[in-house]
Ligand binder design. Sequence first.
Ligand code: F6P
Length: 526
Amino acid sequence: MVNWQNLDKLASFKELAVTKPACLVKEMTGENGAKRVREYSVKMAGGLVYNYAAKAVNDEILGILGKLAEEAQLTEKYEELYNGAVINTGEKRLVLHQLCRGQLGKDVIADGVNKSEFYNDQLKKINEFVEKVHNGEIVNEKGEKFTTAVQIGIGGSDLGPRAIYIALENWARKNGKLKMEAKFISNVDPDDAAAVLNATDLEHAIFVLVSKSGVTLETLTNEMFVKNALEKAGLDPSKHFVAVTSETSPLAKNEGYMAAFFMDDYIGGRYSSTSAVGGCILSLAFGPEVFACFLKGAHEMDKMAKEKDPLRNASMLDALIGVYERNVLGYESTAVLPYAQALARFPAHLQQLDMESNGKSVNRFGEAVDYVTGPVIFGEPGTNGQHSFYQLLHQGKTVIPMQFIGFRKSQLETDIEIEGSTSQAKLCANVAAQIVGFACGKADENPNKRFDGGRPSSIIVGDELTPAAVGALLAHFENKVMFQGFLWNVNSFDQEGVQLGKVLAKRVLAHDTDGALKEYSDLLNI
Ligand code: F6P
């Protein structure tokens, strides 16, 4: 049996807290720095590697982090999770998103159902539906093929699938795999739905309504918004809509859809990209084979996360170093900086994944914890970020650890050489320069031009952003967040913190307000 203990009770954590921190400037300067870049690297799935040479760790600290992993029983907790224990204690649920991409342990039977079979069955149903859409067996009222798929959903029912679609759109275009264009509507701001609908050929569009609960205000409002637009265009909404939901949700009983595909309560919204939530839209867009490659990349990464030695387990090591930075070095944020335009929305997905999971103040038993938990996550693709907030990253009073992501090749491979280098070479040169600049700094007599260095980062590097690489990236961060939740002894799979706003918004709409809430309602003319 695993022992769920608070981080500050662990002897190895106490040892870590009194160990002299590594001096990153010294570690990364000269031949020692070169040696670290060669050696501080872990293989990931999807052709990626996690390089942590520019993190403020050394062999001594890594040794203690290894002991921490063992003492916190990270591998055993992961094993319990994928074998079907009730890890989501707050909601009394199993946590099964990894099972959507492959079985890691025993058969998981819940509610009398073999869950692996259930997820595979849903995927099979999606594939059959998608094949029929692509080959013209399922067509619009005029007997014409659908050309566009529009997902309606919010939070986990939007961010992951949207980020992945954007990540692979160019790759698919170049490789002749773009079967349908995908679009997304999420915000209840009417300008979101209106803008997407204005730019969409409604007659040839399939709308994928995604809501696990089937009660999310924004999503149901947008569903009516779209149905209204379809009716106004003389189209029958039931011939343009499919639903992805849980079998117990109100949407499951609705007959106004061409088809319904299911996930269940054991898949958290922010962890649902590899379930039917991502499966339907991404398979419509790229075809089931591409989605299968993406799942394989994620599954390979899940298998690698079983490794006990953190020096051979990128997700576990990333998690441990993150906890060291947060709880020992006191850093409050992490910047996610992909040097790949295709990953433009990936930081937004990670914001939800990380902050909704580990932004907690109580442990798994509902007791207040005495240490800090999840960091603030934000980011932008490089090099755009460089010309914006990197000033603070280089010279601000706050040290912000950075997670770079970079690829040797561009996706479209349409490039130009100017003054001796291609655009891709310039992109890669920038990320290399930034890592060293952040770590080593630069002396200058003028304090305004002085860079102290000591600003830690890691980089995930691959050849090219392929479906398998995107799957591996996604699973890496999901598993990192999971391991950090284990270390902090928090439940990373519920999100009570987002409920209050929903309740208050309903009161405003019902005009059941007083005090400040009433004043704000008046100010906003509700
Ligand atoms: O608002 C937060 C949240 O509960 C997320 O956790 C979830 O991803 C999102 O709402 C959407 O929920 P649903 O899929 O049930 O509509």
